[in-house]
Design a protein around this ligand. Structure first.
Ligand code: AMP
Ligand code: ZN
Ligand code: FE
Ligand code: FE
Length: 282
């Protein structure tokens, strides 16, 4: 039986592995197909594709876009993206500028609390264009300002804590449109994490293609619930570990194994869409 992991991060966002290290780990885990879904970037895709080709693993270029719908944050996964699409790259550049400004704002708030974290140390550690809260947390641990990533999130960074800074985000409906514009399939990420079920019908109307039923933080009951929802709205079913490398405990890659038949359905759906956009069924 073949398996895929369609939710993976590299060090082009807040994962700790390079694209090549990630592919090596995927190979060790016996995966036949992977997708890289970094936060607000597709920069790792070219290297990951080359590394996959070298070991004959199937690769799907992807991204995880931070979006919002009526003040609720949700993540929209894009699959089979054209990583050179001009509009996608222009939008990504905007998201990344927002992320970089946000780091300065978070550090300023942390400094106001008397904690001497330097923005440069966060950027040096992140060493990417899509820095985020995990990089701030890691820089704090590295500087000895907190004992653990959890402490950094609990005291400073999680929603409602003093250094939490909201991101200005693309609307979820626009995110779906952007993914389609770049030739991709739009999938709602980890719906069980965001309590976003009420949003699903609006996203479906906007052209949502799939829903991430299997995710590290989904219980069996949650996965079953989203499988039912996928069935109800005729959505593709996806899944992945959301592995960030060695960021916290044991790497998650290989802990969520999506049966390959779901990747097959995604590909069949794409080819039908290309042939006859209006009559495709999932
Ligand atoms: P950002 O995109 O900058 O808001 O950061 C979001 C990322 O932070 C998520 O993808 C998780 O990897 C990570 N994260 C969120 N909450 C926590 C937490 N409580 N502990 C550790 N990591 C977290
Ligand atoms: Zn992340
Ligand atoms: Fe996410
Ligand atoms: Fe993720």
């Amino acid at each position: 039986m073949k398996f895929a992991d369609l939710h993976l991060h590299t060090n082009f966002s807040d994962g700790t592995w390079t694209p090549e290290e990630l592919v090596l780990q995927a190979q060790k885990g016996g995966l036949s197909c992977i997708a890289v879904t970094d936060h607000d970037t597709v920069e790792a895709c070219e290297r990951a594709a080359a590394a996959c080709a070298a070991v004959k693993m199937e690769f799907i270029p992807g991204a995880e876009l931070t979006a919002e719908y009526e003040d609720t944050e949700l993540h929209v996964l894009g699959y089979f993206l054209d990583a050179r699409n001009k509009k996608l790259l222009a939008e990504i550049a905007k998201f990344q500028a927002v992320r970089q400004n946000r780091i300065h704002e978070m550090v300023a708030r942390i400094n106001e609390l008397g904690v001497p974290l330097k923005a440069e140390s966060v950027f040096a550690l992140a060493n990417c264009k899509s820095p985020g809260r995990p990089h701030v947390a890691r820089a704090m641990v590295k500087a000895g300002l907190v004992k653990s990533l959890d402490e950094a999130f609990e005291r400073f960074l999680k929603k409602g804590r003093p250094a939490w800074v909201p991101k200005s985000k693309i609307s979820a409906l626009e995110a779906v449109e952007l993914v389609h514009h770049a030739g991709g399939l739009a999938v709602m990420a980890h719906p069980g994490l965001n309590r976003t079920d009420s949003i699903i019908p609006a996203l479906v109307s906007a052209g949502l293609d799939g829903i991430e039923c299997f995710h590290t933080k989904h219980s069996t009951a949650m996965s079953e619930r989203y499988l039912e929802i996928a069935d109800k709205y005729h959505l593709l079913v996806t899944g992945g570990s959301d592995c960030h490398g060695f960021s916290k405990g044991k790497p998650l890659i290989g802990t969520v194994k999506l049966p390959y038949e779901h990747v097959q359905k995604m590909k069949e759906y794409r080819s039908k869409e290309t042939a006859a956009p209006s009559i495709a069924t999932k």
